[in-house]
Design a protein around this ligand. Structure first.
Ligand code: SF4
Length: 465
């Protein structure tokens, strides 16, 4: 009597209700590997806490077969999805099932990094040395001389490189607990493969860490062989290139324990020395959208951050969204700040109520985005930017005031003084100054100097704008 396979749904209803036939070709190794996994799940009693991540490839329909939790991963991303599942659901047994195109090519970095982090899942890697689902193209694991539809004269190391030996690569990493290469070519090999599958799942059951099992598996269809010849091909050709055996088994060692994460408040996390306030709805407060713009090194982002901090400390809802080029100095930089009496819907600011432009490029780029009723404040040494009708455009000598106050680099602080003097942010001055001081917490000598610039700019704006 043939024993019913364990770990599977009663019927596989993908195409026809009631059938128990899989979609695999005759002689394919996937069905055997599935059976080993299903049996091991059932025997270990972990079926109801197992999550199986299916790949893209011939095995894309695993979720029609395995009677456990199922997730379908995008192409090459099964290891990334398994990482997410394992981290979100500690205590579950997570399986990533991937072929050689999926894991060895598009998903190699995902799989490699997951192994290097020692993620808690079992990765079952099916190596049939070819892209199977897409019709037999060369895979990273295709052997030298092996003919595929894209290497019709055989893989040539000079043109196509060498077959990727994934077990050997992963064996260079510190984190994996278990690495083994097995074969499903015949009964003797299948018995050994079953032990490896079981061990990989025991490691998951016991929360020990990352386990990797590579299966040398026949693909009669794309190899253009009958099942018997395919099995011989695995034994006689593949095993020479991909030697079988256990590369590592550290399952007897205790699992490493992660360092506890300190429980910090947001202020402690951000290193802020002052109390952050909780935002409270205030529908009477007029929402203000700012764009602070210039180039890197002018303190554009810091200016926006001081306003954002002051707003947060004043109980306003606030967002701060920076945007800058790759250069640390001299490249384009801007930030969008929204200060509101209600939750901020989007941190992006396409039509600012207030534009602060510290460079000509920034003024030219953003001035026309300010709608009627808005304000443009630009550095007075620059040409006046064009603006829409109904927009108030003000030249403000931020650089000159900062220089005359003894801190030429503090033009951004001068602009902060002007914004307060003109009441463009609607925030209490004591909160603004508190945030300004806090921004120099690491350089206390600059606190008083910036206060001096701020005060001079405030007075100038009051008297001249
Ligand atoms: S194409 Fe190859 S790997 Fe895919 S189901 Fe058929 S035999 Fe299996």
């Amino acid at each position: 009597m043939i024993r019913k396979a364990q770990g599977f749904y009663e019927t596989f209803d993908r195409k026809e209700p009631g059938t128990r036939a899989t979609h695999y070709c005759p002689g394919c190794g996937h069905g055997i590997i599935h059976k080993l996994i299903g049996e091991a799940m059932a025997e270990l009693g972990i079926q109801d806490r197992t999550v199986f991540v299916s790949p893209v490839g011939c095995a894309a329909f695993c979720f029609h077969y395995f009677d456990c939790g199922n997730v379908a991963g995008p192409h090459g991303r099964a290891s990334a999805v398994a990482t997410g599942v394992a981290r979100a659901l500690p205590g579950k047994v997570v399986i990533s099932y991937q072929g050689d195109g999926d894991l060895g090519a598009i998903g190699f970095n995902n799989a490699f990094q997951a192994a290097n982090r020692g993620e808690h899942f079992a990765c079952f890697f099916v190596n049939n040395s070819i892209y199977a689902m897409t019709g037999g193209q060369m895979a990273p694991t295709t052997m030298l001389g092996q003919k595929t539809t894209t290497t019709p004269f055989g893989r040539d190391a000079v043109k196509e490189g060498y077959p990727l030996k994934v077990c050997e690569v992963l064996n260079q990493l510190d984190a994996p607990v278990f690495i083994e290469r097995v074969s499903v070519s015949d009964t003797k090999h299948i018995m050994q493969a079953k032990k490896a599958v079981r061990k990989a799942l025991e490691i998951q059951r016991d929360g020990k860490g990352y386990a990797f099992v590579e299966f040398l598996s026949p693909c009669p269809t794309n190899w253009r062989m009958d099942p018997v010849t395919s099995a011989q091909f695995v034994n006689e050709q593949m095993e020479k290139v991909f030697p079988l055996g256990n590369f590592r088994d550290r399952s007897a060692q205790p699992a490493p324990v992660a360092k506890p994460v300190p429980q910090l408040t947001v202020d402690e996390l951000l290193g802020r020395g002052h109390e952050g306030g909780s935002a409270k709805p205030d529908l009477a407060f007029k929402e203000r959208k700012f764009k602070f713009s210039g180039f890197g090194g002018q303190g554009v982002l810091s200016l926006g951050l001081v306003i954002a901090e002051a707003a947060g400390d004043s109980g306003r809802f606030v967002s701060w969204l920076p945007s800058y080029g790759p250069e640390q100095r001299g490249g384009y930089a801007s930030c969008s700040v929204v200060v509101s009496g209600k939750e901020v819907g989007s941190p992006t600011v396409d039509a600012p109520d207030v534009l602060v432009a510290m460079s000509q490029q920034a003024a030219e780029k953003f001035a026309m985005t300010v709608p009627a009723g808005g304000v443009v404040i630009y550095e007075a040494s620059l040409p006046e930017p064009g603006a829409r009708e109904g927009v108030k455009v003000m030249a403000f000598p931020a650089s000159r005031i900062a220089a005359e106050s003894g801190t030429p680099k503090a033009a951004n602080t001068a602009l902060l003084g002007a914004l307060t003097a003109l009441d463009l942010h609607g925030l209490p001055e004591d909160k603004v100054l508190q945030a300004l001081d806090a921004s120099f917490a690491a350089k206390p000598a600059l606190v008083e100097r910036n206060r001096k610039v701020y005060r001079a700019a405030f007075d100038w704006a009051k008297n001249n704008l």
